[in-house]
Design a protein around this ligand. Sequence first.
Ligand code: PAN
Ligand code: ZN
Length: 184
Amino acid sequence: MNSDIFMPSQLTWATGALAGGPLIRKTTRLADLPGIFADGEAWKCGNPQKSVYDVDVLGSPVGEGALFVGVTHLRAGNVGDEFFMTRGHFHQRREQGEVYFGLRGCGLLLLQTEAGDARLEQVTAGSVHIIPPFTAHRLINTGNETLSSLAVWPSIAGHDYAALAEGFTLRIFASGEGYEVRHG
Ligand code: PAN
Ligand code: ZN
């Protein structure tokens, strides 16, 4: 028996900061998101180096049954009138689900089936989102501060971005103090 007490990684719930372990950070900039936003001209006029979101993932073993833990920090901002959002994806292994937890900020989780049926869930600090199998998912920041969300998903799930080349069927635009949902 090993009686050493292992110090696990730490998550600061209020900010989504992960510490105390190997961390892999991926930054997605405006330049990395061609064709994602409805207003291509506004996208071209934006600062290509602008960071739209960071994803921090704890380095952990990969394999059947293993889980990844990561935090997405999605900045507040717009391209034209459309709010900053993640690229969005299906899992390569479509049958694999995921759980998102809202940590700070406010926004929306866009979920879409393979048949194109879409729905939205409100993301706030403390919200829990069970993403079913066979369901694409995208975060949208509708607020004025960074939206941070914790995610736990099977390491074998993989990401399929190409299947959404046509985009999601819903888009979210700034409207007055709030947002407007548009189809198509
Ligand atoms: C998340 C996402 C993260 C970034 O960790 O990968 O929010 O979104 P995109 O991968 O769509 O750029 C997740 O859903 N993992 O499976
Ligand atoms: Zn996912």
